[in-house]
Design a protein around this ligand. Structure first.
Ligand code: HEM
Ligand SMILES: *[C@@H]1O[C@H](CO)[C@@H](O)[C@H](O)[C@H]1NC(C)=O
Length: 384
């Protein structure tokens, strides 16, 4: 009977996924129009899964903990940001007796059932839905028997996964690039949060790619004659320090504090991390090319040599890539946190002002290159 209903409901979901082997496993089985989940966890505080999102924001969460009479209370919450999620106005689930035997390593096991398809107040279970889990070894405080008065302390383990419960050999796709949670190299202390690390990373990259290149490239392209030797010093300051050093510092910062390792489950996050890596490597090459161009400068040269050309074209493409990645970073941030309304307008205004400045330079001055000039070599180009 169940089998027939499961086939009729067209979404057959049955199987086990362990985002963390011998530490956190989820068993799912279809029962009529419901999907029932069993959670086994080595954490004895609280354990939850979120359906329909690979981040807390937007996830339809079911969280269970041991209540005052020794049973498990399960609450349905809707993830908003990186804090305790608010209680769902409609509780979509019912707790049922354990549907899958408790493994020896499990400290807390419980089962609940909820509709497979939800059109409002929750997310549907589909074969491609993203999932998250969170687990804590700290017993919640507040009233253990009341989902409205429970106080969950932040998780000790968390990850995103995309379970294919219908596959017999269940693959685990992890947010952190493996079936086990990758720990960040450094964790934020009580003085600062991961969010403040992310904002610092973003502000540095914004200066490095949305502000500094407009000025540094403008100087190299239009102000060589006007500024004399100073053009080179200014160009190096903007491009090697404000762009180059800031990029490296900002990259190292996020690399140390983030658990993502270039295999983010989120498409925007994934693109942002991979493009970011390319930008970091390319900016180092770009600075080396600039150094060569200056060192090998010959005022009697008949034409622009290839390393100069390479520096121009890598510089132009890198600038574009960096700008795109700042935008992707803002988009990725807004998927996990609430983005202040002024951020994107400021981004677009800065770009508009930068482009207007470039158009002004091109119209009034034109590209300023040194070929067969008799000027002091130090005045001469490094970038366009
Ligand atoms: C007690 C309330 C909670 C607090 C204070 C909290 C806090 C946080 C913070 C600060 C982060 C960012 C750090 C990081 O990415 O490693 C985070 C991420 C995460 N949390 Fe929570 N969390 C809570 C509840 C939950 C619950 C109930 C779940 C799952 C059912 C969950 C799942 C996740 C996941 C999967 C991530 C990584 C993806 C993302 O960035 O959103 N959290 N949480
Ligand atoms: C504790 O959990 C069990 C199982 O869900 C439930 O039957 C019982 O009513 C709960 N106790 C209280 C006091 O809420």
């Amino acid at each position: 009977m169940n089998l027939i209903l499961a086939i009729l409901s067209s979404v057959v979901i049955a199987g086990q996924v362990c985002p963390q082997q011998n530490s956190f496993c989820v068993v799912a089985q279809t029962q009529g129009s419901d999907t029932c989940f069993t959670i086994h966890s080595s954490f004895n505080g609280w354990n939850g899964i979120g359906i329909g999102s690979t981040r807390m924001k937007g996830a339809d969460m079911y969280i269970g903990w041991t209540n005052s009479t020794g049973g498990v209370t399960v609450g349905n919450f809707l993830g908003g940001g990186h804090s305790q999620p608010p209680v769902n106005t409609v509780q979509n689930h019912r707790v049922v007796s354990l549907m899958d035997p408790k493994p020896s390593w499990s400290q807390l096991s419980f089962s609940f059932c909820r509709p497979t398809v939800l059109s409002s107040n929750g997310q549907s279970v589909t074969p491609t839905a993203g999932f998250i889990y969170g687990a804590s070894g700290n017993i919640p405080t507040g009233n253990l028997d009341d989902i409205n008065k429970i106080n969950l302390l932040q998780h000790d383990a968390n990850d995103a996964f995309q379970p294919d419960f219908s596959a017999s050999n269940v693959p685990v796709v992890s947010n952190n690039g493996g079936s086990n949670t990758v720990k960040p190299i450094l964790t934020p202390s009580s003085n600062f949060s991961l969010q403040s690390v992310i904002i610092t990373h973003g502000v540095l990259m914004f200066i490095a790619w949305a502000v500094s290149p407009f000025i540094g490239i403008y100087i190299a392209r239009y102000l060589k004659s006007a500024l004399g030797h100073t053009w080179y010093i200014l160009h190096v300051f903007f491009m090697a320090v404000l762009t180059g050093v800031a990029t490296l510092v900002s990259f190292i910062l996020i690399f140390l504090y983030s658990a993502d390792r270039f295999s983010n489950i989120d498409a925007i996050g994934n693109a942002h991390e991979k493009i970011g890596l390319v930008v970091v490597v390319a900016v180092v090459i770009q600075i080396i090319l600039g150094y060569i161009s200056n060192a090998k400068f010959d005022p009697d040269r008949p034409a622009i040599p290839w390393w100069d050309q390479a520096h121009w074209w890598l510089g132009r493409s890198l600038f574009l890539l960096g700008l795109v990645n700042v935008y992707l970073g803002i988009a990725y941030y807004s998927r996990n946190y609430d983005l202040a309304g002024w951020v994107l307008p400021v981004f677009w205004i800065v770009i508009a002002v930068g482009i207007a400045g470039m158009i002004y330079g091109q119209a009034t001055k034109g590209q300023d290159n040194h070929v067969k000039s008799t000027e002091d070599s130090r005045k001469i180009m490094v970038s366009e």
